[in-house]
Design a protein around this ligand. Structure first.
Ligand code: ADP
Ligand code: ZN
Length: 724
């Protein structure tokens, strides 16, 4: 056919080892059906056909001969608006479409054929019991009758102690029907049905404003801890559903507890689909399918649930919108809140961002009138905010108390135990001791590839690097001098638990941190045990600050509130304010509550204003501090990290990037990153602060493509959350 253009397409193949899309030839007869987003089957290696997914059409002919696409499945994987969203992510966060699709679409779906699991079912044909059945066969029928005349073949075989052959004979005799059915692998969950409560006046006002909002409107729901933000979400969802539209609720992974899911399932039942990292591929696929087909129109999930293919989306809720977990720290480095805003704009959905401590980006947008600010200033049921007491640890030390617990915290713990109430203690550092010194030569023991101090983990008798997970035995000798004894300096959560055991021998203590929750489900088990009252004190890292709603907790202790305050990161104060406010909010959710904040900097605004429950003043001061420096939210940041084994190589590439980016905004650096050496690589970074993010991104893309040094890794982080 003269003049006919041969089309080449890029295909993501469903082969785990395939790290990039492959180019295929589209035979003329398939050309009309091929467009981005369709599923195809293609040959791969020695396999005649594997599933795949077209990401790009009309690409240049490859150097080697391309093999032809075998077949095309009708119907696209994603609705068109979602494709535009994924294209935007690929553009904005400098990731390939392949990487974006991989992040957005559940594994298995890219295969192009749907991995539905089929199972054999047995149904009794009740109207006729044929003559001449054996006693054994009649017994099987009796078991089936007891189970309601219908069950899975495997279950019947087990319970009636029979075999597939016997079932087949029964089917031939016309007593039962055997049929293969698709199995729905929906994760088990509980539903807590709560009677509809009367909204507080503040909740009611917020719900009214959201309901009246126009398509695409964004609301920032700033509600103090315990103000009943979830109930506002539930009502807003109801009203979206009543208009025939679906909703997505994002929560940080860690707060996606069975209790939280139960509240949504209790209100919306089977219409709820749950998406999180703990699902099997099959479960995730089935939940995804229920969403795509419209059977489930309320999606509750962690970060990647923002990609749930809700056909008609009316509402997106981002709970705890300030939470850093919404940012993916690997390519594509997207922020789920930013993606939510983009998606809502593309699909005409409303957005509700909720938090007791909104990010300064969102708060600034609200002050500028881009978001509608809704405030819940009071806790529900007339409960007061907890009383917050700051304890100056410099004073404790000068009075001779060098322990982990101030006198105030010790006596408060005594009172809690006496009263049979519960306490939460926060120390944002896991392990036993963060610094290990040699007693002979005084050297700190550091990670060989990151050069940061190793943390002593007593349970494993190991020294662990918290950056790269390197670990070695906590053997008795020092690397430097071979000296015999080591000294442990500072404290982590494990040491807190140990100290509690000697301080309060009768207290039952649970620990919640990344080490304690390494096993699947252990996070939920610990929280369930604490909720049941199996423990008096819960000790943990920032995990204990997130969304927990335990009515018997009357005391919260923050052991070292300044831990994160001195980090060389412009968000250090904001994070500290959020952490102290959020953990304080766990106290007194059903009665009086008290918070004791131990600090060496009691007058630092992040601590003093968190203690005063004064978000507004903190935000205003912090914004005033950032404006002259041009930090976000006043300008946007693109961070470029250059990492290499040899520092001079990293510096050379960074210098080239700096030259290429000189018109792309205000450049800071290149300088060594605060974490200058991780996993054996020197890290140099460069920040571009800009008012024109699109131009900066375009220039960055160009500059980065020009990095020819294969031994140097260049990571671009658009709107980074951390600059360490
Ligand atoms: P937040 O997320 O704002 O910290 P939650 O949504 O967890 O608060 O609500 C705190 C508690 O208050 C929950 O146990 C919830 O069931 C309850 N609650 C919410 N709204 C009301 C209301 N209008 N009246 C009484 N209790 C409420
Ligand atoms: Zn390390």
């Amino acid at each position: 056919m003269p003049g006919k253009l041969v089309t080449y397409v890029e295909v993501l193949v469903d082969v785990p080892s395939a790290s990039h899309p492959y180019t295929y030839l589209v035979p003329a007869h398939l050309e009309p059906f091929v467009e981005p987003g369709v599923a195809v089957r293609v040959p791969f290696g020695s396999r005649p056909s594997v599933g795949g997914f077209v990401v790009e059409v009309g690409v240049p002919a490859p150097e080697a001969r391309a093999r032809p696409v075998v077949s095309v499945s009708p119907g696209k994987l994603l609705p068109p608006a979602m494709e535009r969203l994924l294209d935007w992510i690929s553009e904005h966060y400098l990731a390939s479409r392949y990487q974006v699709y991989q992040a957005a679409v559940p594994a298995g779906l890219l295969a192009g054929d749907e991995p539905v699991r089929m199972q054999l079912h047995v149904d009794r044909l009740a109207d006729r019991t044929p003559e001449g059945l054996t006693a054994r066969q009649r017994e099987v029928l009796a078991v089936l009758a007891r189970q309601g005349q219908s069950m899975r073949a495997v279950d019947l075989e087990r319970e009636a102690r029979t075999t597939r052959t016997v079932l087949a004979a029964l089917a031939t005799a016309g007593a039962i029907r055997l049929e293969r059915r698709a199995v729905r692998r929906t994760p088990v969950r509980h539903a807590t049905e709560q009677p509809l409560c009367d909204l507080t006046p503040e909740q009611a006002a917020a719900v009214r404003v959201i309901q009246a909002g126009s398509a695409g409107a964004v609301f920032l729901l700033h509600g103090v801890t315990g103000s009943g933000k979830t109930e506002v979400y539930l009502r807003a969802i109801s009203s979206a559903l009543s208009q025939g539209k679906g909703a997505i609720v994002l929560v940080p992974e860690i707060s996606l507890t069975p209790q939280a899911i139960a509240r949504f399932a209790g209100r919306f039942g089977d219409r709820v689909a749950v998406l999180h990292s703990g699902l099997s591929d099959g479960e995730r696929f089935d939940e995804w399918s229920r969403v795509r087909s419209g059977h489930a129109d309320v999606v509750v999930g962690a970060r990647s649930a923002i990609f749930a293919p809700v056909p008609t989306l009316g509402l997106i809720i981002v709970d705890e919108e300030h939470d850093g977990a919404y940012k993916q720290e690997s390519t594509p480095r997207y922020h789920a809140r930013a993606v939510a805003l983009k998606r809502a704009a593309l699909e005409g959905a409303k957005v509700v961002l909720g938090s007791a401590t909104p990010s300064l980006e969102s708060y600034h947008a609200a002050r500028q009138g881009r978001f509608h600010l809704l405030e819940l200033e009071h806790r529900v049921a007339g409960l007061p905010m907890p009383e917050v007491i700051r304890v100056d640890m410099r004073k404790e030390a000068s009075d001779g108390n060098h322990g982990l617990f101030s006198r105030a915290l010790r006596s408060a713990l005594d009172q809690v135990l006496e009263a049979g109430e519960q306490a939460i203690l926060l120390l944002n550092r896991r392990g036993y001791a963060p610094v290990v010194l040699c007693r002979s030569c005084g050297q700190a023991i550091v990670c060989p590839t990151c050069q940061v101090c190793l943390t002593y983990h007593r349970a494993r008798e190991a020294l662990v690097c918290h950056y790269c997970d390197y670990s070695r035995s906590a053997g008795p000798s020092c690397d430097a001098c071979g000296g015999p004894v080591t000294r442990y300096v500072g404290a982590g959560t494990q040491k807190v638990v140990e100290a509690l055991a000697s301080l309060l021998p009768t207290a039952r203590v649970l620990r919640l941190d990344r080490d304690a929750t390494a096993r699947k489900d252990s996070h939920h088990q610990i929280l369930d045990a604490f909720a049941r009252g199996d423990a008096d004190v819960l000790v943990g890292t920032q995990m204990v600050a997130k969304g927990l709603d335990f009515p018997r907790v009357s005391l919260v202790g923050v052991l070292n509130a300044d831990a994160a305050l001195r980090l060389p990161d412009f968000r250090a104060a904001e994070r500290t304010f959020q952490l102290v406010t959020q953990v304080a909010g766990r106290a007194g959710r059903a009665g009086p509550g008290r918070v004791i904040v131990q600090t060496f900097a009691p007058d630092h605004p992040a601590i003093a204003l968190a203690a005063a429950h004064d978000y507004r003043t903190f935000a205003a001061q912090e914004l005033d501090g950032r404006r002259p420096l041009g930090y976000p939210p006043y300008r946007r940041v693109v961070r470029i990290v250059v990492a290499a084994e040899h520092e001079d190589r990293a510096l050379a590439v960074a210098a080239r990037l700096q030259a290429a980016l000189k018109d792309a905004g205000t450049l800071l650096g290149p300088v060594a990153a605060p974490l200058a050496f991780v996993s054996g690589q020197h890290r140099v970074h460069l920040l571009a602060l800009t008012m024109d993010i699109r131009t900066t991104i375009a220039k960055t893309r160009e500059a980065v493509l020009g990095n020819g040094d294969r031994n140097v890794k260049v990571i671009v982080d658009v709107d980074p959350l951390t600059v360490l």
